[in-house]
Write a protein that binds this ligand. Structure first.
Ligand code: ATP
Length: 294
């Protein structure tokens, strides 16, 4: 998977969050993404997942099955845990029986019949992880997965990540807590001033035969340039699961947006929900998306 000359800002005349990013993520890569608050980690992860489209540049060779666990799982959905996961299995095109092993492995049995809205933060986080893993992902995006997890699941997570990578999947993890700081074979990326660079100290890059390469750039540009480019005004669309998207062209318009109706409720960060919902409503999506999930 490759990002080429990728730039992103949330709207015209606002600062670039990412600028001229080049990044190769070969199959089997485990990448830990760090950076200060607000640096653009979640934005980068959403672009990788395909839920946000670049303003400029391209994303190519995204694996066809994407699992994305946002930083905050959106619990405002009228399902119990098992009902939600069963529906997600259907959305992902896997058997309902696929949920059982994840309920067991992530120690979710005690709250499988609890409504999502009544879950603790840590339990909700596990549901977010489980939905991302239901269909074996070729690309697994985990936004702060170690946050709020119980010790057992926290200890399990590196193994889970290695299993995905061992099968040739790409795993990208935003990791404020340093859960993968010493992870064998992981590459370490830092988002800083709109760039994505190898982090210091750089981890043992190639012990599992994986590698990444990076492009750099000259930092964040304020918007003094002409708006005559064909940049999109905003992030567009959300969706994942079996999203086979390969990103967007220069115009920021997805070349292959799937309906993704049922996926959006799962993927939108709670912290972003209000603004994303506004944008979706402005584009005529939101009601349809929610109706589809039900
Ligand atoms: N939906 C949005 N609309 C407009 N601006 C946004 C939106 N989401 C994030 N931003 C802004 O984009 C920048 C990057 O945010 P992002 O959430 O990607 O950073 P982050 O590194 O993940 O931060 P944190 O560690 O605090 O989660 C920030 O300045 C943030 O305020």
């Amino acid at each position: 998977m490759r990002l080429a000359n990728l730039s992103f800002r949330y709207a015209r005349r606002t600062p670039w969050v990412l600028h001229d990013v080049d990044l190769d993520l070969p199959p089997g890569t485990v990448a830990e993404v760090t950076g200060r608050n607000g640096a653009g980690k979640s934005t980068l992860l959403r672009i990788l997942a395909g839920t946000t489209h670049p303003s400029r540049g391209s994303v190519s060779d995204r694996p066809p099955v994407v699992g994305y666990a946002p930083e905050i799982f959106p619990v405002e959905q009228p399902f119990t845990v098992s009902t939600y996961l069963t529906r997600m299995a259907a959305v992902r095109g896997v058997s309902p029986s696929a949920i059982g092993p994840w309920i067991e492995r992530l120690a979710m049995d005690t709250f499988r019949d609890v409504p999502l809205s009544e879950l603790s933060k840590g339990s909700a986080h596990k549901v977010g992880l489980a939905q991302a893993l239901l269909a074996p992902p070729g690309l697994l995006i985990l936004d702060e997965p170690f946050s709020g997890l119980d010790a057992q699941t926290r200890a399990e997570l590196p193994q889970l990540i290695d299993e995905v990578a061992g099968g040739g999947g790409i795993v990208v993890v935003s990791d404020h807590q340093g859960g993968l700081a010493d992870h064998p074979g992981a590459v370490h990326l830092k988002v800083e001033n709109g760039t994505v660079r190898p982090a210091q100290p750089t981890g043992p890059l190639h012990s599992t035969g994986t590698h990444s390469s990076f492009g750099s750039n000259s930092g964040i540009h304020s918007d003094s340039e002409s708006d005559s480019d064909s940049e999109s005004d905003s992030e567009s669309g959300s969706g994942s699961g079996s999203n086979s998207g390969s990103g967007s062209g220069e115009g920021g318009e997805p070349t292959d947006r799937l309906p993704g109706k049922a996926v959006i409720e799962i993927l939108v960060d709670a912290a972003d929900a209000e603004s994303v919902a506004r944008r979706l409503q402005a584009e005529g999506y939101a009601v349809v998306i929610r109706t589809e999930v039900r």
